[in-house]
Design a protein around this ligand. Structure first.
Ligand code: PMP
Length: 413
């Protein structure tokens, strides 16, 4: 087998859920942008941890606690290497992307009361509302970078914003969870830094299939979730430049993040521990490291290439269905694509597909500002992962064609 080829049968056998039936049809799972499935290898690492090593971390001198701490900190090292951090202390474990972004909004926000924030019109609510609320509370400017008609960011508008307004941080997604637009991060980081603004990257949709090298990219913060990369739920990562993590204050307080505590004041551990108050999801972190090992075992370049081919194939076929409008035509698309079916309610479309075992997402994708901009009320989204097959896409498209024929627009309210 060539370097980027896939033993799809072997890969699929790692995910028993892919074999199940839904509504008496074989499951076709095309909702990987919402969450991905977890392979047996990752489940085995999690089970083994509970079977053999479980104890709270960073707390005890006894053997199990030392073992668990060792595995937890080893997981941090593996994540640091995976995201291209300079050192493992740049990796904070959180509950997920949303938690990571809120952490930065609160902590950076507390240290920078004077600056506004720029977000983009394609952000997920997770990378929109925390900044909106921060700016509202501070009475500071929230700039929203618009998109062009293809669904790419208008970087000239960002430049005007940076020049005109006091923007301290630009928060931008690497890949849109609606259009699949891949943003030009290098240009954005260079532009923001030229005006003295920091850059936070929401890598939730990118982490599985885009090579991430945070240090090399020189971004200031980068956030992602384990459950979108074949890892467990409830674990996520905040990468932050060491100098920044040292500077910004903790925002959650509790066990293990403190150094000295008395009735008057407390001092805190250095980063990353000062951001990990309470018992961390150490088993989740260990599971996340196992998912990184799994993805590397399959081959990161092979995953990227296969997901690109699957998406390109899906787009070509979906574009050929009359009455279906694929949204956006960005310079580069990855991970997902969304479409509207003329006159039909997206929830009805998704329900009709589900009746044939096909799982797609419908709604506003937690990106209401973007969906409103696209001039549609709601959309349908498909997001293949490397374990999907071209035959599954054919099944989805056949079912979609049938749905369009069976759901005449006149029947829609
Ligand atoms: N940002 C983007 C682009 C996403 O797609 C998602 C998840 N749909 C999130 C943030 C939030 O991730 P989580 O729910 O894991 O915190």
């Amino acid at each position: 087998m060539g370097k980027f080829e896939f033993d799809i049968a072997r890969v699929r056998s790692d995910f028993p859920i892919l074999d199940r039936k839904v509504n008496r049809c074989p499951l076709v799972y095309l909702d990987n942008a919402a969450t991905t499935h977890v392979p047996d290898q990752v489940l085995a690492v999690i089970a083994n941890h509970y079977h053999t090593h479980n104890a709270n971390v960073h707390r005890g001198a006894h053997t199990l606690s030392l073992e668990a701490t060792g595995y937890f900190e080893k997981a941090r090292e593996r994540v640091a290497e995976f995201v291209g951090a300079n050192r493992k202390s740049e990796v904070v474990f959180t509950r997920g992307t949303t938690d990571s972004i809120n952490l930065v909004a609160q902590s950076w926000g507390a240290a920078n009361r004077k600056s506004g924030v720029a977000v983009t019109a394609m952000e997920h609510h997770s990378n929109f509302i925390p900044w909106q609320q921060l700016c509202r509370a501070r009475r500071k400017k929230l700039g929203v970078v618009p998109l062009d008609s293809s669904g790419d960011l208008d970087l000239d508008a960002l430049e005007v914003m940076l020049r005109k307004d006091d923007i301290g941080l630009v928060a931008v997604t690497q890949v849109s969870n609606v259009l699949g637009t891949v943003n030009p991060l290098r240009d954005i980081v260079e532009l923001a830094h030229r005006f003295g603004a920091l850059v936070l990257i929401d890598a939730a949709q990118a982490v599985r299939h885009e090579a991430i090298q945070a240090h090399e990219l020189e971004c200031d913060f980068l956030c992602f979730s384990g459950h979108k990369m074949m890892g467990p739920t409830g674990i996520g990562v905040l990468y932050g430049k060491a100098s920044l993590l040292e500077k910004i204050p903790p925002f959650a307080f509790g066990g293990e993040m403190a150094d000295r505590v008395d009735a008057i004041r407390s001092t805190f551990q250095p980063a990353p521990l000062k951001f990990e108050a309470g018992t961390p999801n150490y088993v989740g972190a260990i599971g996340l490291a196992a998912s990184i090992d799994y993805l590397k075992g399959v081959g990161l370049s092979a995953i990227r290439l296969r997901e690109q081919e699957l998406l390109r194939y899906a787009e070509k076929r979906i574009r050929s269905i009359s009455e279906v409008r694929v949204l956006g035509s960005p310079k580069r698309r990855a991970g997902c694509l969304s479409f509207a079916v003329e006159g039909r309610n997206p929830f009805d479309v998704a329900a009709m597909l589900d009746a044939q075992g096909i799982a797609v997402r419908s709604g506003s994708m937690c990106a209401q500002p973007l969906v409103k901009n696209l001039d549609v009320a709601q959309v349908v989204r498909i997001s293949p992962a490397f374990y999907n097959t071209f035959e599954e896409l054919d099944a989805c498209i056949a079912a979609l064609e049938e749905t369009v024929a069976m759901l005449p627009p006149a029947l829609q309210g």
